[in-house]
Design a protein around this ligand. Sequence first.
Ligand SMILES: [Zn+2]
Length: 436
Amino acid sequence: MISCLIKGGRVIDPARQLDQVADIWIDQGRIKAVEPNLSPPEAPQALDAQGLWVLPGLIDMHVHLREPGQEHKEDLQSGLTAAVAGGFTTVLAMPNTSPPLDSAPLITGLLARAQEIAGARLCLAATMTRGRQGKELSEYQDLRAAGAKAVTDDGSWVADSQVMRRILDYAQVFGLLPLSHAQDPILAAGGAIIEGRMSARLGLPGIPAQAEEIAIFRDLALVELTGQPLHICHVSTQQGVGLIRAARAKGLPVSAETAPHYLFLTEEAVGEYNSAAKMNPPLGTKADREALREALKDGTISVIATDHAPHSILDKEVEFIDAAFGITGLETSLPLALELAREIDLPIPRLVELMSRNPARLLGLPGGSLAPGGPADITIVDPELEFIYEAKKGFSKGLNTPFEGRKFRGRAVLTLVGGEIRYRWPNLTRQSQACL
Ligand SMILES: [Zn+2]
């Protein structure tokens, strides 16, 4: 089993209000102690983390790993490896695979396969409804017993309000967090980018921001009716932010996430039909971007998740209107978040809450903190390391990113899962010794 000492890093653990230079003693894959100047009796191998940040392992609660059914786009091996390279120790994979994850054997099988991969831990969301058809509820009790942590028909909104009401009630009974892809499918139908100036200029069919607003409004009304929790995925509009802020002020049990691309890019990124900037929900206006940044600051949005959506080149290098929605995100999320923190003065402990502690709490996962006794899931960040992002040098099969060639400062340089080094930045020179 794995034992080591991470020495002299800046340890940031908001769950314990810790932000200080300290050592972390890892014993048998778990955190044994976090204190300055530790000297464990057995003197395990040491890892010098001076000048680096030592964070609870990051958790991405919205990824598409495409297995089963579309392994040419991504599979568990490539996806979970890309995750640790991006600093994530746990990911929550969405169930809109082929077939969709709506049965216990599918969940059990994928979780077992993930055990054999030296990447991030895999958590799974099962479908909210059988076959993602939006009509009958999936078997929540069986899915929970098989290990599912959440339910969602992500990719589609459950438009039937009676069905959604029952989902909220049942998900709570079985300890599954419901996640809503809040977008009115009929209003959004046929759209390629946000409806507005850019869609008019390019002559592309638009998706009105109101498609998100209507869906969030309905979802929140049902949260109020049932009193049960709901998590809203990839919020992208100022209208959506406003509704969630008001609901939270009323005390409704609603949480929300946004993705890094909405915090940086606007509809302008589509430029001259650049399909790398085509995603759903679509990129919004500058006002949307500012509202999302504000929502992170005031806690309206409590999670940053990637919505990592890898596609093959063939899916993207076609006419814009026919190109697939979505971008990869696992290997750019943390560098973008670090850039954002500098731009808007977001304290790093707050960033750790958004990318580790809050997703852990929402999903009831053991990580999200560096408390002794917990799993040694740890992300070590070099905040000053500069690099130029090239998707093809990464681990995801998806090369579909609008951030190709971007110069970043700060990234994960070591990612430990259960005390084992699962990712190491190849040009790492400052570490004296490895754990293993
Ligand atoms: Zn979605």
